[in-house]
Design a protein around this ligand. Structure first.
Ligand code: SF4
Length: 111
């Protein structure tokens, strides 16, 4: 009987194991500053109304928008308090400014 493990199976198992280690999230956050900035002209960013400057939000199209709603206090923001930029769970692989905003904004618990 042959009992070989394919390279694909090994890689998949490694990725699942890595995902199960909570500490890796800290490493991901630590590297958020190295992420390239999200381009406001990115099609997904545009569709979600992303802006780097919240004074540019179209309040007529976004009537629930408030000046206090910024990436830095959004539940999706990965940066730490005081960081100029941070990762975002919605725009994976990109960084957003702490003062940015998009339609997905939701209050970060405790912020
Ligand atoms: S989801 Fe939150 S952190 Fe991400 S761009 Fe939108 S407002 Fe900013």
């Amino acid at each position: 009987m042959e009992n070989k493990i394919s390279r694909r199976t090994l890689v998949q198992a490694s990725l699942l194991a890595a995902a199960a280690i909570p500490g890796l999230g800290v490493i991901r956050s630590a590297h958020a500053d190295a992420l390239p900035p999200l381009d406001p002209n990115d099609p997904t960013a545009k569709s979600l109304g992303f802006v780097t400057d919240p004074t540019k939000v179209d309040n007529a199209a976004n009537p629930t928008h408030k000046a206090t709603q910024k990436c830095g206090v959004c539940a999706q923001y990965q940066g730490k308090p005081g960081d100029a930029r941070g990762g975002c769970n919605i725009f994976v692989g990109k960084s957003v400014p702490q003062g940015g905003w998009c339609k997905v904004w939701a209050q970060k618990p405790g912020a």
